[in-house]
Unconditional design. Structure first.
Length: 441
């Protein structure tokens, strides 16, 4: 199950940043915005010089690579050669993600479709090896150019996609915080209890949902390490990642940022697994759960058992190998090991079932298209199993609610954010009522 980020027609290619070995340390809060960058409200972008001057690129190889890309996206790509393009990318990128001819064709197609792109600043303060540059097309469309460079200064990530909101951290519970020797980006808005924690992806993914809920209570989202490569403001973490790693990071992040519970965890897709594990591991901290098309702990085992009966043997073995094998890190930056995570959640729930709490489940109603290369995919049976597993998730708590969102596919937070807001709101009301009853006694 993918993250929330929806890639648009602007997409060029995506890859991961290099993940160094990291040394743990005691969590402490650090500065929210580096001194060399500041937010320019008129541009709705970060800048490394004066807001009254033209946007500048950072020094060093990262800035040099950005300057080259901005030239190409500004129109020079029409005469770009494969040799010129290949000289800017790491060998691994050209082998695993896109060879030079694909890079050239993609850059040229972007210029053809959108016209020359002009540089407007940054989505967040540039870091030593990664940045998100904001660009504008002649038709007014705003894009985001995400890049990172390896230790040799060559590009090992490049994505051009529609720009998300520019998020400026405000208040004591928002900004960069140190967790296990890494910086993690947290955004908390609103006031009150319980605190809603939105689980999966990036703060920009949850922007609409979070802003709507902030009028009701405090709401927090954060950037998962490695999520969508350079689009995550959090430092990369060692990979592969599991639900246990996510829960440890989130628990330390909330503690370091002094974000009090109780929490209502709202987990989307694999974030549902993480939320279940968090609630099982820290039962006193969690007052409610919302699972948005969340993955069931038995999903892989039961799906593979189903498909083994329905697919031809060769097709099944191919699908199984792909499902159980992590893609290369340049293709899948997050490297989330779903198989290990499913086992972790099963084991935790077997030893520590969920404490009584309000639970709401949202499920998709529009089936996903068949996987590429499987024209006779058993869609009806596959969807029936997903529905059955969603019912079982709802059955984890007596009195839970389960709604099928009939006009949405898996990406419910993107397609129907209002439904997500209303569902989380109903759990907030129930958790407050339960707290009032406890206080009355």
């Amino acid at each position: 199950m993918r993250t929330l980020t929806r890639v648009t027609a602007l997409t060029l290619a995506a890859a991961a940043i290099s993940v160094p070995a990291l040394v743990g340390s005691a969590p402490t809060a650090i500065a929210q915005t580096p001194k060399q960058a500041h937010f320019c409200a008129r541009r709705d972008a970060y800048e490394i010089r004066s807001c009254s001057s033209q946007p500048a690129v950072p020094a060093g190889r990262l800035g040099q690579q950005l300057s080259w890309l901005l030239d190409e996206l500004g129109g020079a790509a029409t005469t770009l050669t494969e040799a010129e393009a290949g000289a800017h990318f790491s060998p691994d990128y050209l082998e695993v993600v896109a060879p030079p001819d694909v890079v050239v064709a993609s850059l040229q197609q972007t210029v053809i479709e959108l016209g020359p792109l002009s540089f407007e600043g940054f989505s967040y303060p540039p870091r030593g090896d990664q940045l998100i540059a904001l660009v504008r097309a002649a038709n007014g469309v705003r894009g985001a150019v995400g890049i990172s460079v390896d230790r040799a200064g060559q590009l090992d990530a490049l994505a051009v996609q529609a720009a998300g909101p520019t998020i400026v951290p405000r208040g004591p519970h928002s900004g960069m915080f140190e967790v296990d020797g890494r910086q993690m980006f947290l955004r908390c808005t609103g006031h009150g209890s319980p605190t809603v924690v939105l689980e999966l992806g990036l703060t920009t993914d949850w922007y609409t949902v979070q802003n709507a809920l902030a009028a009701r209570t405090r709401v927090c989202s954060y950037d998962h390490p490695n999520a969508n490569g350079p689009f995550s403001r959090s430092d990369p973490a060692p990979t592969p990642r599991t639900a246990h790693d996510v829960v440890n990071d989130l628990h330390a992040l909330l503690r370091t940022a002094d974000v009090d519970g109780p929490y209502v965890l709202a987990g989307f897709s694999n974030g549902g697994l993480n939320s279940l594990l968090y609630a099982s591991t820290y039962p006193r901290d969690v007052a409610g759960l919302v699972l948005v098309d969340g993955v069931h702990p038995d999903y892989y085992a039961r799906r593979l058992a189903l498909l083994e009966r329905l697919l031809p043997p060769a097709a099944y073995e191919t699908f199984k190998e792909g499902a159980l094998t992590l893609p290369p890190r340049l293709v899948d930056p997050e490297q989330f090991d779903v198989t290990a995570s499913l086992a972790q959640v099963r084991q935790s729930l077997a030893g520590r079932p969920l404490a009584p709490m309000p639970l709401a489940v949202l499920s998709h109603g529009v089936a996903a298209p068949p996987p590429p290369g499987y024209p006779n995919w058993p869609t009806a049976q596959d969807e029936h199993l997903w529905s059955e597993l969603q019912d079982e998730l709802a059955a984890l708590e007596p009195g839970s609610t389960h709604r099928v969102v009939g006009d949405s596919d898996h990406d419910i937070p993107l397609n129907r954010p209002g439904v997500v807001v209303d569902t989380i709101g109903s759990v907030i009301v129930k958790t407050r009522a339960a707290a009032d009853r406890r206080d009355a006694h």
